[in-house]
Design a protein around this ligand. Structure first.
Ligand SMILES: Cc1cc2nc3c(=O)[nH]c(=O)nc-3n(C[C@H](O)[C@H](O)[C@H](O)COP(=O)(O)OP(=O)(O)OC[C@H]3O[C@@H](n4cnc5c(N)ncnc54)[C@H](O)[C@@H]3O)c2cc1C
Length: 396
């Protein structure tokens, strides 16, 4: 995809580096909020599958274990709704969200507490009540419980990114895909050198996903992030209607951290006919993002299979489809949304730790506010860079 003129050395008010969901949302937000001339640069072709934002579905929910995300999600729900209306397309499916796990799970209890304290509508269910609601789909041992959030559901991932990019272009933004940024020269006017030409801007927002740590290192910031390959697994349901999105919710199972399948999540049949998505969230297969698919890496199937055997009825125990994706994990699972400590006209949004899709409209708003020096709508303390040791004395 290419919009606008591609002549080199053009000057912009803001350049956004990276057109995954966070960059596309930020670029869209900028054009709606006085960002001026905005350029979105992407190294691969638009809607590629080599980053973290591709695929047919992501979970959306308010049920977080940290209260500040519940507040952000209130606005994110409204913003996704606005994007659907502007884009005249559906991006959200209200499947509901079931969280379950042993009553002793801290994560489950934190999520229930945050839902209660924020006044978010939810139903707490005993193991027996969960099994009565999903009699032909789930088995939960007696020491488990569940919580159901009606507004939880599914976001249509690639379609959402495409819609954000389309709206950005319709609002006057310029999008150049197939432009890999090779060098960034800071200054009042930032010089961004790509393999296709040079662009300049007064502000730069880096939303480069798994490539952000390497790019930020060239600017003297050493992010303590781990880039991990993860596998998306789709399992065949014997009775597809039991697992259709009308009859089965998105789900997250939190167990205890000693448990081998700590934090498994999934979505009902939606992307592929007859296939339920059941995946492992906790993942530590570190990779070079440019070589994500060079080696298959340790398979997560062996970790998810015992979970499927234990809790799911009527689902085959070998996945039919595997797909690869990447998490960019920060030590506390919160992203960095902040200015560069030395170059305040360079802003970064990275480290979404496998839960950033649903937040993208709010992330776009926050990064826009940072870029345009607008008062922040949120307390950004949890997202500051200086919560980490970011500086490598050897390199600065
Ligand atoms: C399997 C999986 C399941 C997930 N499930 C959920 C979920 O259920 N709910 C949820 O909310 N979140 C979920 N997430 C997390 C969410 O998808 C990510 O947090 C989000 O997509 C990250 O987006 P991003 O824009 O930061 O990164 P990306 O999508 O990777 O975008 C970064 C972009 O920058 C580009 N780029 C990098 N370097 C350069 C360069 N030098 N020049 C030009 N362009 C460059 C890349 O090519 C890429 O397109 C999941 C993630 C995965 C992998």
């Amino acid at each position: 995809m290419e919009s606008g003129s591609s002549s080199s050395s053009k000057e912009y008010d803001v350049i956004v580096l990276g057109a995954g969901v966070e960059g596309s949302s930020t670029a869209y937000n900028l054009t709606k909020n006085g960002g001026g001339r905005v350029l979105l640069l992407e190294q691969f072709s638009a809607l590629h599958t080599r980053g973290s934002s591709h695929g047919g579905s992501r979970i959306t929910r308010r049920a977080y274990t940290k209260a500040y995300y519940i507040k952000m999600m209130d606005e994110a729900y409204r913003m996704w709704d606005q994007i659907e209306r502007e884009g005249k397309t559906q991006l959200y499916l209200d499947t509901g969200l079931l969280m379950f796990g042993p009553k002793s799970s801290h994560c489950l209890q934190d999520a229930i507490r945050c839902l209660a304290e924020s006044g978010t509508p939810h139903n707490r269910l005993s193991a027996q009540q969960v099994m009565s609601k999903y009699p032909s789909q789930l088995y939960l041992p007696f020491n488990h419980e569940g919580v159901f959030e009606k507004d939880g559901g599914l976001l249509m991932a690639t379609k959402a990114v495409a819609t954000l990019q389309r709206l950005f272009i319709e609002n006057g933004g310029e999008f150049l895909d197939g432009h890999k940024v090779k060098e960034i020269t800071p200054g009042p006017i930032i010089r961004v050198t790509t393999d296709q030409g040079v662009f300049t801007a007064r502000r730069l927002i880096i939303t480069a996903g798994a490539w952000a740590p390497a790019i930020m290192a060239t600017l003297g910031v050493h992010l303590p992030f781990k880039v991990c390959r993860t596998e998306v697994l789709y399992w065949k349901a014997e009775e597809p209607k039991d697992f259709s999105w009308e009859n089965f919710p998105a789900f997250i199972c939190y167990t205890d951290s000693e448990d081998p399948y700590y934090h498994v999540y999934g979505l009902p049949i939606y992307e592929y006919p007859g296939l339920v998505k059941i995946c492992f969230h906790t993942n530590h297969n570190e990779v070079d993002p440019d070589a994500r698919d060079a080696l298959p890496g340790p398979s997560t199937t062996d970790l998810v299979r015992p979970f499927v055997q234990r809790h799911f009825k009527g689902v085959q125990t070998t996945p039919s489809i595997y797909e690869a994706c990447m998490y960019t994990e920060s030590p506390d699972e919160d992203p960095v949304l902040d200015r560069h400590p030395l170059y305040p006209n360079i802003i970064m949004g990275a480290g979404f730790s496998g839960h950033g899709f649903k937040l993208a409209p709010v992330v776009g708003k926050i990064l826009t506010e940072l870029a345009l020096d607008l008062p922040p709508s949120y307390d950004l303390a949890p997202f500051r860079l200086d919560r980490f040791t970011w500086q490598s004395p050897a390199k600065l």
